[in-house]
Design a protein around this ligand. Structure first.
Ligand code: GLP
Length: 260
């Protein structure tokens, strides 16, 4: 695992965008896994500044609400269109979001996994983390090898996301989410985290037991994880250069009081 600790949210965007830009330069038809929520917004902003040729890049969103009317501004299809496709000048025909309006959402979820496989898999999956450790919409209790599927949202997540809706009751109760097993198949995972309110859960995810109770703990099992955190989010981690690979940016992470 590599972890970069930067002063603030803007710094997380700059570092993560630099990583993505390098991937896109070496592979102009890269498949990006794109995340919604506040954490990745500085990344998309910074990546736009690289002015890369993005015409061949493909994208798959992590998740979507079930049951919002088509074109609802808070549907992830719309958020991804605004924040990712338009901002980065991606070809809209090459950016996919689970179909939360499908007559049969379960079938749509299975189709989504097949579409990712047909695209050759995801090169880099951008991730945020929820306060309860959720990844995408994999809530606590999700199987570590779960596939893309329909899930119920917890009250905590609905409450957290109510900031985007007119009233808390407007937040959908179900979603389609890439499964943890699906996410783990991406060749690289890029977790972006900022803010003191994420410090406890980031520490638990990276240093606690690997368990469905903290879905993001599954990251510990992936061979290529890059974490980009600001100082506030990393406050409970002690980042120790791993002896034999010192200087390569590879580190061991453990719970602690300081970032060294
Ligand atoms: C949302 C999304 C997740 C996101 C998480 C954290 O519910 N489904 O993909 O990572 O919550 O969001 P934020 O980055 O706004 O804290």
């Amino acid at each position: 695992m590599e972890i970069f600790v930067v002063p603030n949210a803007g710094g997380t965007g700059a570092v993560a965008a630099g990583i993505l830009a390098a991937v896109i330069r070496s592979r102009p038809d890269a498949v990006l896994g794109v995340a919604t929520g506040g954490s990745p917004l500085p990344v998309y902003e910074a990546l736009a500044g690289h002015r890369l040729d993005m015409s061949g890049v493909r994208g798959f969103a992590l998740d979507e609400y079930v049951g919002l009317p088509a074109g609802h501004p808070q549907s992830y299809a719309e958020v991804v269109r605004r924040e990712v496709t338009e901002r980065l000048h991606l070809d809209p025909a090459s950016v996919f979001v689970p179909d939360g309006g499908a007559a049969n959402p379960e079938e749509a979820a299975q189709d989504y996994d097949r579409a990712i496989a047909r695209a050759g898999g995801i090169d880099v999956q951008i991730l945020g983390i929820g306060h309860n450790g959720h990844l995408a919409f994999n809530e606590p209790g999700s199987a570590l090898d779960s596939r893309t599927r329909v899930e119920a949202l917890t009250e905590r997540t609905r409450q957290a996301n109510s900031r985007y809706f007119d009233s808390p009751g407007d937040v959908p109760v179900r979603c389609i989410t890439q499964g943890l097993g699906t996410i783990m198949e991406a060749r690289q995972l890029l977790l972006v985290v900022h803010g003191a309110d994420k410090a406890d859960i980031l520490c638990e995810a990276l240093t606690g037991p690997v368990s469905p109770e903290c879905p993001a703990s599954v990251l510990q099992l992936h061979p290529h994880v890059t974490v980009v955190a600001d100082e506030a989010a990393a406050a409970r981690l002690m980042v120790v250069p791993a002896g034999s690979v010192h200087g390569t940016g590879l580190v061991k992470v453990r719970a602690g009081a300081a970032v060294a």
